[in-house]
Design a protein around this ligand. Structure first.
Ligand SMILES: Cc1cc2nc3c(=O)[nH]c(=O)nc-3n(C[C@H](O)[C@H](O)[C@H](O)COP(=O)(O)OP(=O)(O)OC[C@H]3O[C@@H](n4cnc5c(N)ncnc54)[C@H](O)[C@@H]3O)c2cc1C
Length: 354
């Protein structure tokens, strides 16, 4: 089998990279072992335009949000599935007086496109205990990652563009103009391997700072599904049932990637204290975000092995960054347009590639 590209991984990065290569008429084979707790499979799927206590806009968000909205709509249309992206709002139930004041000051002194007061605050007391009012973030984008990844995988498999297996480095041989892997010959190899990059021989010296996150999937049949509820933890509508994703943690030091009893206990206590509706925990996830200290993606081709590339480092923001930088990488391949210099891996010195 001869292809233009061999792609390792079908999380968000590999999905959008293969989508844009397909659109460009390139041939490829994706190899993916469908790790059940890969970040893309357990993420809540939210694109939130603001962050932190100071409620600042996230990097490039004015560009990333409209791009992401069109990208997810386009891939849904291609797959002939209902759109896997929709607009919603975050109801931020302030947990302290100070947080309420910070939100209101921000709204008064520096009104942004993305925050506003909650119009009908009292209606929410039927569902939640809250003391310090509600501020809204609007719009946010919510993505049904489950449908997207499953349907794109099905399309790739039916078209023989995907091999469901673990990619074994020791079976891959790189020459100047060709990559050989078992019965496959490819012109270029691109890794979209998420946190598994830790054992990647070409890119494992890039400054990744892996970050563990956990979430519970909770059935709450009576809670309206058009909002994300935030009160310390976030509750995000999950798939198309009566489920909510509740999380998360951001751990920089961790012994393993397994779900912990302490997280489950903490979230159950949180729900008992904050939610006025009956709930039932149905699942507990835990996985590793492919994050880095710069909070910028890692995109481009290896400076020495120029037919080996990477699309990774999406950190906590893969839903918005992966489509945008997959597109940028494909444009770079097709026409030589430059990759954003904050994301291009060639910003790193050679010691990161030894
Ligand atoms: C708890 C949690 C919540 C999150 N919530 C959000 C959110 O709301 N919004 C947001 O924007 N981001 C969120 N993120 C971050 C987001 O999930 C990641 O940035 C993004 O999913 C990374 O996608 P990726 O495709 O680069 O990597 P991954 O999703 O890790 O995908 C890598 C793929 O490669 C495959 N693979 C790896 N190695 C091999 C191999 N050797 N052989 C075969 N296959 C291989 C894996 O099976 C996997 O399918 C969250 C992450 C976590 C953990």
């Amino acid at each position: 089998m001869k292809v233009d590209f061999l792609i390792i991984g079908q999380g968000l990065s590999g999905t959008f990279l293969s989508f844009y290569l397909k659109k460009a008429g390139k041939t490829f084979l994706v190899i993916d072992d469908e790790k059940p707790n890969a970040a893309s499979r357990i993420a809540s799927g939210v694109i939130n335009p603001v962050t932190g206590r100071r409620i600042v806009k996230t990097w490039k968000i004015d560009e990333l949000m409209p791009f992401a909205f069109s990208a997810y709509k386009e891939i849904s249309e291609f797959l002939k599935i209902p759109s896997c992206i929709h607009e919603g709002a975050v109801l931020n139930m302030h947990t302290t007086k100070q947080m309420q004041q910070a939100f209101n000051n921000r709204l008064q002194n520096d009104p942004s496109d993305y925050i506003r007061l909650c119009a009908n605050e009292d209606n929410w007391s039927e569902y939640f205990n809250f003391e310090f009012g509600i501020g809204e973030t609007y719009p946010v984008l919510i993505i049904n990652l489950f449908d997207l990844l499953r349907n794109w995988r099905r399309y790739l498999m039916n078209s023989k563009y995907l091999q469901a297996e673990h990619f074994e480095e020791e079976s891959c041989f790189r020459e100047d103009h060709i990559i050989r892997y078992k019965n496959v010959e490819a012109k270029k190899l691109i890794y979209c391997d998420g946190a598994s990059v830790a054992s990647n021989p070409y890119f494992n010296k890039l400054p990744f700072a892996y970050n563990k996150g956990e979430a519970l999937i909770v059935s709450i049949p009576k809670l309206p599904r058009d909002f994300i509820y935030k009160q310390g933890l976030s509750m995000v509508p999950w798939r198309n049932e009566d489920l909510f994703w509740v999380g998360s943690t951001y751990e920089w030091r961790f012994p393993d990637d397994l779900p912990s009893a302490s997280f489950k206990e903490r979230v159950e206590t949180y729900l008992k204290n904050n939610l006025k509706l009956p709930f039932k925990v149905v699942e507990h996830f835990s996985g590793i975000r492919p994050a880095n200290s710069e909070r910028r993606p890692f995109v481009g081709f290896h400076p020495i092995y120029i037919n080996v590339g990477i699309l990774n480092g999406m950190g906590t923001k893969g839903c918005s960054l992966a489509p945008y930088f997959a597109h940028q990488l494909v444009q770079n391949i097709l026409t030589g347009t430059l990759i954003d210099k904050e994301a291009d891996i060639n910003r790193f010195s050679m010691q990161h590639f030894d």
